[in-house]
Design a protein around this ligand. Structure first.
Ligand code: GLA
Length: 394
């Protein structure tokens, strides 16, 4: 809460400084960390993320007459982009502006006619770290536009719209997990999402003795043009060859039909089939507060992502190895890469009263092994995106 309030207050002050007036609206959209269930969403599997205490805040106010669009200043990037409502042209946008153009164009297609606005964007959510900064950006703008237009979307309509902005405008063939988490997460809970049926369950995560520690490797990932799309394709190919969705396969059946797939596609499929079971088991373990088992499942998930799905990298593996070496005696239940992969963050399940010692040990080992400085977030399960302040008088 303190993090969020400080972020908003800082952004409001910046808005006033830039525009000489108070803003009308304040929107907050958190990042997310996925505890287990990786590369499952586009395979109709199970995912278990939570929204975190790192967010993007948008502070917005109506613009003077005669202008028609959004003028957005990003404090982190020290960049301003302008998006004209009449020509929200995907071809003209690149980088972070592509997400905004996508959301604006798709909201307009739904009939929204937002007023011209000045927007200040501030963030304490690292980007390119596997914590869904892109989904937070999309959902933040979709929430701004629906609020500004007083035209609230159904949550799933908003989730789909944001996913489409990312797929079609930013060129990243992501699944539904990130946008769903940023919209639907409840404070104090993990979000179990069945990506086949879209049924959700809020899983309480409120044992004060257990914490989620995010460890940022500082190796930036870039999912657009990364092998992410290739992984997705390999899963689709394996399912097509087997004539069955990977979600519907048992490990026994996959093993029996191993010869039908080439070695790479077999390993991709083995990750998917194994991860669905691990995720279901982790939900039961967390509900029973069996943290040792939950941690073991997370570490097994990492091995599968490293060896079968091949989305890790040496720096991230070094962090997970250190977590494993620390183990239960040092208060680490388990750890794995989180998010799309190819860099980014590790998520670890740890004993709360050991967090400081664990951070110090990991930091020292990582510096020796890689020369890099890891960063840590003691992550708390937060609520999804929302309008936190609406001062409009009209
Ligand atoms: C990225 C994508 C998600 C999901 C994860 C991997 O974050 O945006 O849809 O596929 O990778 O679990």
């Amino acid at each position: 809460m303190a993090d969020e309030a400080a972020l908003i207050a800082g952004a409001q002050a910046l808005f006033k400084k830039r525009h000489g007036r108070d803003a009308d609206l304040a929107i907050l959209a958190p990042g997310r960390v996925n505890l287990i269930g990786e590369h499952m969403d586009y395979n109709d599997g199970l995912v278990l993320p939570m929204a975190i205490n790192r967010s993007i805040a948008l502070i917005a106010g109506k613009r003077e007459e005669g202008s028609d669009g959004l003028r957005v200043f990003s404090a982190d990037l020290d960049q301003e982009v302008s998006i004209d409502y009449a020509v929200a042209d995907p071809a003209a946008a690149s980088g972070w502006a592509a997400y905004l153009v996508g959301v604006v164009a798709l909201c307009q297609k739904l009939g929204m006619q937002p007023a011209a606005m000045d927007v200040v964007l501030v963030s304490n959510l690292p980007h390119g770290a596997g914590l869904s900064s892109s989904a937070a950006l999309e959902v933040a703008f979709a929430t701004l536009l629906e609020t500004a237009c007083r035209s609230p979307m159904d949550p799933w309509q908003k989730i789909r719209l944001c996913q489409q902005a990312e797929n079609d405008y930013a060129g990243m063939p992501c699944g539904i997990m990130d946008q769903a988490t940023v919209v639907l997460a409840k404070a104090g809970h993990l979000l179990l999402l069945d990506c086949d049926t879209l049924v959700t369950r809020d899983v309480p995560f409120d044992d004060p003795n257990v914490s989620v520690l995010i460890i940022d490797s500082r190796v930036k990932h870039q999912l657009v043009d990364s092998p992410f799309a290739q992984r997705r394709q390999q899963c689709e190919d394996a399912a097509a060859i087997l004539g069955k969705r990977l979600r519907a396969l048992t490990m026994h059946e996959l093993d029996a039909r191993r010869e039908e797939l080439d070695a790479v596609n077999f390993r991709r499929a083995r990750h998917v089939v194994g991860e669905i079971t691990r995720t279901a088991d982790a939900v039961d373990a967390i509900a029973a507060r069996n943290w040792e088992l939950a941690g073991e499942l997370m570490t097994a998930s990492h091995a599968s992502l490293r060896d079968d799905f091949e989305v890790s990298c040496s720096e991230v593996d070094a962090l997970v190895n250190t977590c494993e070496a620390l183990g239960m005696k040092a208060g680490v239940y388990g750890a794995r890469i989180t998010g799309g992969g190819f860099g980014g963050c590790v998520v670890a399940l740890v004993e709360t009263n050991q967090v400081a010692e664990i951070e110090a040990a990991i930091s020292a080992a990582y510096r020796v092994e890689t020369g890099l400085q890891a960063e840590f977030i003691h992550a708390l399960p937060m609520a999804g995106a929302r309008c936190v302040d609406d001062c409009r008088r009209d």
